[in-house]
Design a protein around this ligand. Structure first.
Ligand code: PBG
Length: 326
């Protein structure tokens, strides 16, 4: 079979034909919107490296959460930015810490109508910006950090979070958090493990969003970009320790990892289209170099095609709107 029998263009001729044979579809129910809330703000504050994304006040967060639910988004992922950071990131565990308060606010507003998730990591709360507590030698102490994650998990579960997003990349964090939750009577709270999280240059704008004072990098706990077998080991360990869902992060530079993880495990696989991926498209579009909306949908489609079941994306609400139009 060859010319003239096979004409691939026949099924591309009209938008309706292309829609009919589409292999990959986007559904807003699979989008998760990451949201930032900053303690003490009375008005939302723009994040300059993420045009269109803000640090919310408690009030504006509640409203935006309702809008996201109305747009049909599958879930929300909350990040808290405290006014005061300290060595141990104590605001992360405090019941009146900004993230735990914001969880209560949002849950009071949206209840079970969407899935409310919270970032479980210390970097938003520590004065040094690392994802864990530091030992005497100034490096991140894995097992001391696990104890704090357990405490933080119970605080977030008490505030009503449906799913905890464990993003710290400490060894044993899934097992430690699962145990802490179960012992405190939160057997129903689910764990989304950022199982394969790479030490990426694309987290840059996020550091502005959470006012991180990190000097240096996270390479002693986040993975090297070139290692896919190691990513699969991380995923297997997290599933064994009790992860209900796993994540690959970032998304676009790691689509092969998304695909390999999808084939390796049967739990839901999420991918996080991170701040730098967002910023790249926004910056190019602002210069008139690419078609912004087409680029947004193309990146999301690619992440789905690679095998992600859920996508965390700062465009969640806007993309839901774009999909209603196409
Ligand atoms: C850690 C965390 C980070 C992001 C989500 N959770 C930052 C990091 O690991 O450096 C980044 C998300 C993004 O860049 O959009 N709490």
């Amino acid at each position: 079979m060859g010319f003239p029998d096979v004409r691939m263009r026949r099924l591309r001729r009209t938008p309706a034909l292309r829609r009919l044979v589409a292999e990959t579809r986007l559904d807003p129910a699979q989008f998760i919107l990451p949201m930032f809330v900053k303690e003490g703000l009375s008005e939302p504050r723009p994040i300059s490296s993420m045009p269109g994304v803000v640090q919310h006040s408690r009030d504006s967060l509640r409203k935006a959460a309702v809008e996201a639910v109305q747009a049909g988004i599958g879930g929300l992922m909350l990040f808290g930015v405290p006014q005061e950071k300290d060595e141990d990131g104590s605001a992360g565990c405090a019941p009146d810490g900004i993230l735990n308060v914001a969880l209560r606010d949002v849950l009071a507003e949206v209840g079970d109508s969407t899935v409310v998730m919270s970032d479980l990591c210390l970097d938003e709360f520590t004065s040094h910006g690392h994802c864990g507590v530091l030992g005497p030698d100034g490096t991140v102490d894995n097992d001391m950090t696990l104890d704090v994650y357990g405490e933080m998990a119970v605080a977030q579960a008490s505030a009503g979070a449906h799913v905890l997003g464990l993003s710290g990349m400490m060894d044993g964090q899934v097992g430690a958090v699962r145990r802490a939750l179960d012992e405190a009577g939160f057997g129903e709270t689910a764990i989304l493990a950022y199982a394969a999280k790479f030490a990426s240059a694309f987290y840059g704008p996020f550091r502005e969003a959470v006012e991180s004072s990190l000097k240096g990098d996270r390479k002693t706990y986040q993975q090297d970009g070139g290692n896919i077998r190691e990513a699969l080991r991380e995923v297997a360990l997290d599933v064994e320790e009790g992860a209900d869902m796993v994540m690959v992060k970032p998304a676009l530079p790691y689509l092969d990892v998304v695909s390999a993880v999808r084939q390796a495990v049967d739990v839901p696989v999420s991918a996080y289209q991170i701040s730098g991926e967002y910023a790249m498209v926004e910056a190019a579009a602002a210069n008139g170099w690419i078609n912004r909306e087409a680029a947004i949908l193309e990146t999301l489609t690619s992440i789905r095609r690679a095998g992600a079941d859920q996508i965390l994306t700062y465009w969640a609400v806007e993309a839901a709107g774009l999909l209603r139009r196409v």
